[in-house]
Design a protein around this ligand. Structure first.
Ligand code: HEC
Ligand code: HEC
Ligand code: HEC
Ligand code: HEC
Ligand code: HEC
Length: 272
């Protein structure tokens, strides 16, 4: 009898949580920009489904983070007084994206591509698209996309130069994820790999094969240390397993001995 009110309260709380949580999540995500543009036909509505599949959506970067404006006010949303900056012109796109990707912008500006901005050089959107931007990978360097303006040869050289380190980083990420699943503390090593990954991927934007080759040697050194530490952890895990096995065998043997002693004692006392 006494337990019933408590159970009822628990049930009520559970219902509240189940109903409330999705509403909260939706409220955080659904801005007036998404609501209004989601219902627009043609080019005004198209960005919404494209953005929903992007790396930005997954990291909480929404329409207003790029275009400015007030995401909470239907009537004033696109007012310049609320910080709306609208659509950047072709030449303005690097600065537009570079507000957040500062290191990439720096390497890009100094590159042959950046120098040719407005004179046939590619900018961020040429290679990454605008609304459906994906996590960057070496696959962005391919004959189809990189031979629009010049022959593919130099692009392929660059791809060769980055591919080794690219594969090394992916391999380490997989290894660390595995160790993490086993319950090991990999935070520090993951941090090293994460910052190397970001520094390395921005390097592409220099489109300078010599620079990439030179820097690759430095990255190889840092990542080599991580590789060594992972090998050390693996060794230790293997030894723990070995010792675990030895202990199990010892325990079984002890048990057997005890059983034998017990048995012979019983036989002795039974013989009496
Ligand atoms: C009530 C509906 C509505 C809301 C809310 C709204 N928009 Fe718009 N948006 C429009 C319409 C209609 C246009 C096209 C006409 C115009 O430019 O005013 C437009 C145009 C745009 C453009 C293109 C402008 C250009 O110069 O071509 C961008 C970018 C944009 N909106 C982003 C946003 C962002 C970011 C938000 C939220 C902060 C937002 N919109 C909120 C209806 C809306
Ligand atoms: C990562 C930054 C970024 C985000 C996030 C983003 N946009 Fe854009 N948007 C751009 C850029 C850059 C352009 C100019 C594209 C070009 O020139 O190719 C653009 C262009 C536009 C245009 C002009 C029409 C067109 O397609 O070129 C509209 C409208 C627009 N965006 C609406 C939105 C809406 C609505 C959202 C949210 C769903 C959104 N944008 C999210 C960067 C962004
Ligand atoms: C010529 C094509 C091209 C242009 C132009 C370009 N990128 Fe990239 N971007 C790439 C490639 C290819 C990679 C992946 C390189 C790799 O895997 O090592 C990349 C990687 C990235 C990354 C991931 C790096 C990191 O820190 O994790 C970001 C962010 C990025 N680009 C943003 C931009 C921005 C912003 C601009 C404009 C200033 C831009 N890109 C211009 C092709 C391009
Ligand atoms: C308001 C800040 C902001 C703006 C503006 C912005 N981004 Fe991003 N971008 C982010 C964040 C945050 C992430 C996710 C964290 C990360 O991976 O760096 C991201 C991720 C990316 C990635 C994937 C990086 C990776 O590690 O593989 C690319 C590529 C990228 N952005 C390109 C662009 C381009 C191109 C533009 C301009 C059209 C742009 N971004 C504008 C904040 C921004
Ligand atoms: C929109 C046109 C355009 C696209 C697309 C493009 N490039 Fe370029 N690229 C240029 C221009 C312009 C130059 C500078 C003039 C030249 O050297 O031909 C250049 C130069 C280069 C150079 C020589 C750099 C140097 O310092 O000598 C390399 C390497 C290169 N691009 C790689 C790539 C790769 C990789 C891609 C694909 C991810 C790509 N490009 C896509 C226009 C483009």
């Amino acid at each position: 009898m006494k337990k019933q009110p408590a159970a009822l309260i628990h049930l009520l709380l559970l219902c509240l949580i189940l109903v409330g949580l999705p509403c909260l999540a939706a409220a955080a995500e659904e801005t007036v920009c998404l609501q209004c543009h989601g219902g627009q036909p043609g080019p005004l509505g198209e960005p919404v489904p494209l953005w929903r599949e992007s790396v930005h959506q997954g990291n909480g970067i929404s329409c207003h983070d790029c275009h400015g404006g007030d995401p909470t006010d239907f009537t004033m949303a696109m007012s310049p007084e609320r910080g709306f900056i609208g659509v950047p012109g072709e030449d303005e796109i690097p600065a537009f994206c570079g507000r957040c990707h500062v290191g990439v912008l720096e390497d890009y500006r100094a590159s042959a591509h950046g120098q040719a901005l407005g004179a046939g050089g590619p900018q961020c959107v040429t290679c990454h698209s605008n609304h459906r931007i994906q996590r960057a990978s070496i696959d962005l360097i391919n004959p189809q996309d990189c031979s629009q303006c010049h022959e593919y040869g130099r692009a392929e050289e660059l791809r060769q130069a980055v591919s080794g380190t690219d594969a090394l980083i992916s391999g380490l990420e997989t290894d660390l994820a595995e160790l993490h699943r086993l319950g090991l503390d990999t935070e520090q090593l993951s941090g090293t790999v994460f910052s190397s990954r970001n520094d390395f991927h921005r390097l592409f934007h220099s489109v300078d094969v010599e620079k990439v080759r030179f820097k690759t040697a430095v990255f190889a050194q840092d990542l080599g240390k991580v590789e060594e530490e992972i090998a050390g952890i693996r060794d230790e895990l293997g030894q723990r397993k070995l010792w675990g096995g030895v202990i199990v065998v010892l325990l079984v043997l002890t048990g057997l001995c005890a059983l034998l002693i017990h048995k012979s004692y019983k036989e002795e006392s039974g013989g009496d």
